[in-house]
Write a protein of this length. Structure first.
Length: 214
């Protein structure tokens, strides 16, 4: 089928779901596609956090550190923002009850989610391996793994979709006239107490630099 050529490079199960269109195929398709697309990034994040590889980064000199820190916080504040809109697009791509799903839109959103995940892992990598002045180490420790858990939560999406598929042909309480509406909440945020710990680390850095200057 020519219209499915863009799926040619994916595992057979992804293509088979689209061709056969079993009940709940939209959810099955997204679940399997996300597992396939995101697996390398989840593996990279796991290896990074376990310290199983090293990727050298340029040294950040003392007079460059403040600029480096401001850039990191700016990137951090923008990394997870797109995910909210992507979740809305993904939900809309399935269509209203009785309406057909938008296959290409589902695919495009899954690609964008993969790219967002890769950007988060890239960011964490830049924090882990940056060569920083000793005085800035406490700030690095606060920034490390602040957004990584948001990436890990993306692994829950296929699992939730599997749960929806399992509800098909069961007495889930929904009807054609009043379909069951399932609400999920995926919190994309910073760790509890992040701002306080960052402010404390920044004060420590300022004291250390003042002491060094004196």
């Amino acid at each position: 089928m020519a219209q499915l050529d863009f799926l040619a490079g994916y595992p057979a199960i992804v293509q088979r779901i689209v061709i056969d269109k079993p009940d709940g195929w939209e959810w099955r398709f997204v679940a399997e596609l996300m597992r396939h697309l995101n697996k390398p990034q989840f593996k990279r994040l796991k290896n990074l956090q376990a310290g199983h590889y090293f990727n050298p980064q340029p040294r950040v000199e003392e007079d460059q550190f403040i600029g480096w820190m401001v850039e990191r916080t700016h990137i951090m504040s923008n990394l997870v923002g797109p995910l909210t809109g992507l979740m809305d697009r993904l939900t809309a791509s399935w269509g209203e009850p009785g309406e057909p799903a938008d296959l290409e839109e589902m695919h495009d959103v899954c690609i964008l989610i993969r790219d967002a995940l890769a950007a988060i892992v890239d960011f964490e990598e830049s924090l882990y391996f940056a060569q920083l002045p000793e005085e800035g180490e406490s700030i690095r420790q606060v920034l490390k793994n602040a957004v990584g858990p948001n990436a890990a939560r993306l692994a829950e999406i296929p699992e939730k979709l599997d749960e929806m598929v399992e509800m098909i042909d069961t007495d889930h309480g929904g009807t054609l006239e009043e379909p069951l509406i399932v609400h999920w909440t995926f919190p994309f945020d910073l760790p509890e107490g992040f701002n306080e710990r960052f402010d404390m680390a920044l004060r420590e850095y300022e004291r250390a630099m003042q002491f060094s200057t004196n």
